[in-house]
Design a protein around this ligand. Sequence first.
Ligand code: C5P
Length: 304
Amino acid sequence: MTPSGGVTVRVPAKVNVQLAVGAARPDGFHDLANVFLAVSLYDEVTATPADELTITCEGPDADKVPLDRTNLAARAAELLAARHGISPDVHLHIAKDIPVAGGMAGGSADGAGALLACDALWGLNSSRADLLEICAELGSDVPFSLVGGAALGTGRGEKLTELPVGGAFHWVFAVADGGLSTPTVFAEFDRLAEGAEIPDPTASPALLDALRTGDTTALAAALTNDLQPAALSLRPSLAATLTAGTDAGALATLVSGSGPTTAFLAKDAESAEAVAAALIASGTCRTARVATSPAPGAIVLPSA
Ligand code: C5P
C-alpha cells in the first residue's frame, strides 16, 4: 500500500525470448537483437519526501540489494533531479519480488520504477521521450522496464520497437542460488567466441510471428539466447535445472538473459504449476515461480 504523500510504481521483470549477440564494440558493449517480453513478477518502488536520498528494501533477497548510490533507483532519482536543477531528497522503498542479479532486469526495474515515482512525486510531468532517454543512460535494459509488453531492443538493447503479442504465455522461472554478473557473462561470451566469425544480430521472423499470433508451440521452437553457453560455462549446475524442467514437461527451456535464472515455457497455466512443483522437488534450484506474459510496463499504483 502507498503511504500517504508517497507514490508507488509497479514494474515487471523480463525474459529475453531471443537474445542475439554481436561482436564486442569499441565501447565494450555488444550490439544486440534483443526480444524482451515482460512477465508478471513485479517490484514496487515507493517514493516519499525525505531530507536526503535514502533507500530501503524488503523481500526475501533484500540483503543482496545495494542501498547506496550504486542502486539504479538512486541513480534514477539523481539523474532526474539534476535535469530539473532540484535536489534528489527522496526516500525510495523497494518491495523486491524479482530475483536479484538473476538475468530478469530486477535492478533495471527499480531504476525505471524510481524514475516514474520521483517524476510523479515531484510533479515534473516529464515526457515519455525524456524518461526513456534517462532510462537509456541508466542501463541497456532500463527503457524496456518502463515500456513493458514486448519489444525488440537494438543497439546495446536500449533502442526499442514495441511488438504486438497475440496471446498469453505461461512461464516458470527457476531461481538459482547466487547471481551472475552481466559484464562477466558478456566477457565469457567474448572468450568462447574468440576467433569465430560473429554474425550481425537480427531478430528471428519466426519468433516475431509466434509472438504476434500468440502461438506457444511456435514460440517454444524459436527461443534462443546467445548468452546461454557463457552462463552455463560459468555456472555448469544450470544444465541440471534445464534438464529437470524438460523432464517435467516444459515445452522449451532457456537461460533468462545473462542468468542464472532459468526460464521454462509451459503449454498452459496448469502445466506451469506442475513444472514449478517438479523443479522445486528436483533440488536443482532455490525456488521456482510461475508467471504469465505479456505484462504491462511501469505504472503508478492508485494511492490508498
Ligand atoms: O547497460 P548495462 O549497464 O546494463 O550493462 C552492464 C554491462 O553488460 C556492460 O558494462 C557490458 O559489460 C555488458 N553489456 C554488453 N552489451 C550490451 C549490454 C550490456 O556488453 N548490449
